[in-house]
Design a protein around this ligand. Structure first.
Ligand code: TRP
Length: 328
């Protein structure tokens, strides 16, 4: 608990999958070392989904269930929805006064996404999208967090957050916002069942909430060695998605499976069955926890309310310092 304060968040854009599990497992551990705040950042989801807002509440609920089922503990760490802690919005506004447009425009993720989504016919040349990194900076700075567990893709945003903190100190002469450092967890790149990047939109993911039947259905879809027709043909595990998964999730059996595959002694169906069993074992406790919470809407509501109160108290203290430094 004494290492400092953490903020991290995710946009509620859809169900989480097994590729997110190592991130969540890392958060669960960090809860015992830091004071953690975890935000479901719904305002960030609006930056690209402003035209499909009817899905947001359902996505928030699913994300809350995903998080709780993976072991985040609201007794240890407030788990809340960004938009219920208005201080994020106020800090974003105040910081926007001192943020040079050029700093936002040069962030690599901005140009990339603008182009990428633009080519898909989506116009995101909005003020909100340009300000995405500043809202993220406000999320972090409002808790005076020293550390932020993020993926590598978020590093430019964290660098930008530090620049804004420095600019604030330079302009107002008070060092009240610590410069947050990234906590980069080593995340194994997990491909989707078809070998592409795992994503709900490709339907090649294994959701954290998958039933045993869904797990088996997805494992059956996994692409194996195309050169292997009969069981007796020697297989090439290095080009097989099932093997990639066995390597990560089935460390006890992977060597034996590999050998038997190379010697044509085990068929792909048997190999897939073993993987499905392991994945089911991994996800069963999550499924159980999810079912427990899913039927208690009042409990979910209470978790969010109690958490946002705690978050507001911490964020409120920062805002008093910020307003006073800015004479507002
Ligand atoms: N931009 C982050 C992502 O897409 C989500 C996010 C918003 C976040 N605010 C944050 C992450 C603050 C860490 C800290 O993954």
């Amino acid at each position: 608990m004494d290492k400092g304060t953490i903020f991290s968040g995710m946009r509620p854009t859809g169900r989480l999958h097994i590729g997110h599990l190592s991130v969540l497992e890392n958060w669960v551990k960090l809860q015992d070392e830091y004071k953690c705040y975890f935000g479901i950042v719904d305002w960030h989801a609006l930056t690209t989904s402003f035209d499909a807002t009817e899905e947001i509440q359902g996505n928030i609920r699913q994300m809350l269930l995903d998080w709780l089922s993976a072991g985040l503990d609201p007794e240890k760490s407030p788990i809340f929805v960004q938009s219920s802690v208005k201080e994020h919005g106020e800090l974003h506004l105040l910081l926007s006064m001192i943020t040079p447009l050029s700093w936002l425009e040069r962030i690599p993720t901005y140009k990339d996404q603008l182009q990428q989504l633009g080519s898909q016919g989506k116009d995101i040349s909005t003020y909100g999208f340009l300000g995405y990194p500043l809202l993220m900076a406000a999320d972090i700075l409002v808790y005076r967090a020293n550390a932020v567990p993020v993926g590598e893709d978020q590093l430019p945003h964290l660098e930008f957050t530090r620049e804004i903190a420095r600019r604030f100190h330079h302009l107002f002469g008070q060092e009240i916002l610590p410069e947050p450092q990234a906590i980069l967890a080593k995340v194994a790149m997990l491909p989707g069942v078809d070998g592409r990047k795992m994503s709900k939109s490709y339907n090649n993911d294994i959701p954290l909430s998958a039933t045993p039947e869904e797990i088996w259905q997805k494992v059956q879809m996994m692409v194996t060695d195309p050169a292997r027709i009969k069981k007796s043909d020697p297989g090439h595990p290095d080009v097989c998605i099932v093997h990639t998964y066995q390597n990560i999730y089935n460390t006890d059996e992977v060597e034996e499976l590999r050998e038997n595959c190379c010697q044509g002694k085990i068929g792909c169906v048997e190999c897939k069955k073993r993987l499905a069993a392991i994945l089911d074992k991994k996800l069963a406790p999550l499924r159980e926890k999810r079912a427990y919470y899913a039927e208690k809407p009042e409990l979910l509501q209470e978790i969010l309310e109690t958490s946002s109160e705690k978050a507001r108290a911490a964020a409120g203290e920062t805002m008093e310092l910020v307003r006073s430094a800015m004479h507002i």
